[in-house]
Design a protein around this ligand. Structure first.
Ligand SMILES: [Zn+2]
Length: 166
């Protein structure tokens, strides 16, 4: 059975638990988390979040792409968040991937997207580059509180990477 059918059945059985009629869509803790889509990262358990606390923006790598910035701009400008936490992780599928091979495979299928895969070799440098980009993005009115962490799925440890000095 396709997953979608199971998912629909689960959701309909849990509707009473899923309903949140009194919950404010503005994040209670005024924070947005940008994280990799990796299956091993349970952001709610890791960061002590409850439903209603935070915006969660996930993409391949947890990179500060144009579309991540679009979501963060909506988060800050429309829904009053003031803080950003970026979460990358060891063992990411983009770490050591080949930008050239990925681009060639797309080209072979007849597409030349405007975006890049975002493959990287140095995770700390990549996270610092994302922090630098976010801190330099006027789309985001609140740029004083932007921090970056790297999760190790093997040990469960979360470590901070310091941003480059402004
Ligand atoms: Zn990843």
């Amino acid at each position: 059975m396709p997953n979608a059918d199971d998912m629909l059945a689960v959701a309909s059985a849990r509707a009473d638990d899923l309903a949140a009629p009194g919950l404010d869509p503005k994040p209670r803790r005024k924070v947005a988390v940008l994280a990799c889509m990796d299956t091993r990262i349970d952001l709610f358990a890791m960061l002590g979040l409850e439903r209603g606390d935070a915006h969660i923006i996930r993409n391949a790598g947890g990179l500060a792409t144009d579309d991540a910035i679009r979501s963060l701009a909506a988060s800050q400008r429309l829904l009053d968040t003031e803080e950003i936490v970026v979460v990358m992780h060891d063992g990411c599928g983009l770490h050591g991937a080949s930008e050239d091979e990925f681009g060639q495979a797309l080209a072979d299928d007849g597409v030349l997207p405007t975006w890049r895969l975002g493959a990287f070799d140095d995770i700390d440098a990549t996270l610092r580059a994302s922090l630098t980009r976010l801190r330099a993005s006027p789309e985001l009115p609140a740029r004083d509180q932007i921090r970056g962490f790297i999760f190790n799925p093997d040990t469960g440890a979360l470590r901070e990477v310091e941003a480059n000095p402004a």
